[in-house]
Write a protein that binds this ligand. Sequence first.
Ligand code: TRP
Length: 348
Amino acid sequence: MEKIILTGDRPTGRLHVGHYVGSLKRRVELQNSGEFDKIYIMIADAQALTDNFDNPDKVRSNISNVALDYLSCGLDPEKSTLFVQSYVSELTELTFFYSNLVTVSRLERNPTVKSEIKMRGFNTSIPVGFFTYPISQAADITAFKANVVPVGEDQLPMIEQAREIVRSFNRTYDCDVLVEPKASISTNQACLRLPGTDGKAKMSKSLGNCIYLSDDPKDIRTKVMSMYTDPDHIRIEDPGKLEGNTVFTYLDAFCQDDFFAEYLPDYANLQELKDHYTRGGLGDVKVKKFLYNVLMEELSPIQAKRAELEKDIPAVMEILHKGSIEAKAVAAQTLDQVKSAMKINYFK
Ligand code: TRP
């Protein structure tokens, strides 16, 4: 069987380092592994509109932002098809057909949707489009017969629901048209759930606790220097705690041993640094300065590439246009098969 990847992001803002370690970096590795027959990376503008329907300018302006983030991180249009969700109208038809196979109570149990409803304060006024977006996400994945979906941990319930839809469709229409996808998530705990700079569970624009890939180095420095650490670690001599210490969580996600020789030669590796911190005698400022260097080591080449790409936005949009045309053709084939299986292919 062919190995096919599909994944994507909502264009509601620039991508941050949580996106990067949680999924983006891995996508680039998978892309460059050469193990996959096809890779589709989707900018989920239609999904973004399910809770931003009254803010189309926000979604529109972030199409190129997300595309720039993708390309500057190393997603390569020669190897991956980058496309825009709303261009592929076949996805909407698939969503409509799949919605017959999903109950309201099943959607209500989806933990990601549940917590998002709470976060957005929808109470009982939940837009239908938002409530049913897991079905549309199943359409995104299955339209391309993707079997591998690299995502952050919060997306696992979506993939599970997509798998159920695939099984239900193939069973109901006695066919094997749809392919069951598997999520692929990072094995690094820190990468799975990179907290915001304030130590809060999740990075989110509204909390103002994000470090964006395209942040100015000066701003990154300020954000790192004000990061949440161990509130009881007051004097340098005090022993410090690692648990819940955001600076160390970020180091777990980003640090490589060879960074020490260059930026902090008194230590050979992260464990030695942690041991000194917990023993006492190591100040937060020193660790934060090191983290800043570690982050910039990773982000500098990404930022340099972004600066280049930003000079020609029409070329970036053209990559998306070309990818969208290609993606639409693939989705149309699956839609044909779906309609045949459902016996609504009257005029073929
Ligand atoms: N829900 C994803 C997010 O919040 C975006 C997305 C839409 C997606 N469709 C998808 C991810 C299909 C993986 C597969 O960013």
